[in-house]
Design a protein around this ligand. Structure first.
Ligand SMILES: CC[C@@H](C(=O)O)C(=O)SCCNC(=O)CCNC(=O)[C@H](O)C(C)(C)COP(=O)(O)OP(=O)(O)OC[C@H]1O[C@@H](n2cnc3c(N)ncnc32)[C@H](O)[C@@H]1OP(=O)(O)O
Length: 251
């Protein structure tokens, strides 16, 4: 199951199947996909933290349940359901943070990569183990990994399925912050609070311009960035922030 709690503009999504090390069964994947859609329709949501229950992040898809789904159509249903949900998360107006609190395997590593930001506990690890199941990645993790670490390194990680510890993950640019053991969620919350202090429209603009810049020709991305800047220049939040600076000596 996916447990969802909400505190103001922050939502916490916890994959809660500890007896399976938070492997996602169909019901959890469908709930996850629905949660992404509903979150995209909620203008008050600003940050989603995604984590796993009881010391594991996500161990991918549920290998027990999936062993009864053997056809190509089943494979397509699986890669479409999660592939589309993760893509939607990338274009969502809110910021997603993966709190990697324990092992992330296969599809679990792909989910982490699709988030906007990642905090990883120093004793957690990530592994793209798809090849050990005679599969390539199918939830978009191959493309995301290549864009992040380059072709050769992505090839090496996908073809060895080796475990990547927190300091290597940081060095490779696979995660943005490292947390002490047991503190991934706390550090992710602190990161969320840092983001929540800023103007919501400006945060959305930063995400949008960085995400769209990955997909647009350079000149078009620069033009889109200039346009977003101009729009927010005229917004009240910008002038309120400037007024706080300009008036600070008269207070
Ligand atoms: C189809 C999508 C595909 C993809 O694109 O990659 C996948 O995601 S396939 C799944 C890929 N994931 C894995 O291969 C991970 C397998 N699990 C592990 O390597 C380890 O369990 C762990 C995650 C490193 C945790 O190890 P540990 O802490 O030692 O726990 P256990 O191994 O004892 O597991 C406890 C319990 O959980 C069950 N489990 C773990 N992972 C899965 C899973 N992905 N699906 C179903 N069940 C899982 C494990 O079997 C144990 O239960 P019992 O067998 O009942 O004891």
């Amino acid at each position: 199951m996916l447990r969802i709690t909400r505190e103001g503009g922050l939502a916490l999504w916890t994959v809660d199947r500890p007896h399976r090390r938070n492997a996602m069964d169909w019901a959890t994947m469908e709930t996850f996909a629905r949660a992404v859609e509903e979150a995209c329709a909620d203008p008050t949501l600003r940050v989603v933290i995604l984590t796993g229950a009881e010391g594991a992040f996500l161990s991918g898809a549920d290998l027990y349940e999936l062993s009864s789904y053997r056809t190509e159509a089943d494979g397509r249903r699986l890669s479409t359901l999660m592939g589309e949900a993760l893509r939607r998360m990338e274009t969502a107006p809110w910021i997603s943070i993966a709190a990697i609190n324990g092992p992330a395997r296969g599809g679990g590593a792909e989910v982490a990569l699709a988030c906007d930001l990642r905090v990883m506990a120093e004793d957690a690890d990530l592994a793209f183990v798809q090849i050990t199941w005679a599969l390539p990645p199918g939830w978009g993790g191959g493309q995301r990994l290549r864009r992040r670490v380059g072709l050769g390194r992505a090839m090496e990680l996908l073809l060895t399925a080796r475990r990547i510890g927190a300091s290597e993950a940081l060095q490779l640019g696979l995660v943005e912050r490292i947390a002490p053991a047991g503190q991934a969620l706390a550090v992710a919350r602190a990161l969320a609070e840092e983001i929540l202090q800023w103007d919501a429209e400006a945060v959305r603009a930063v995400k949008a311009l960085l995400r769209e810049g990955e997909e647009m020709p350079y000149e078009a991305a620069l033009a889109a960035e200039r346009e977003r800047f101009a729009r927010l220049w005229a917004a009240p939040a910008h002038w309120a922030a400037k007024a706080r600076f300009l008036n600070r000596r008269s207070m």
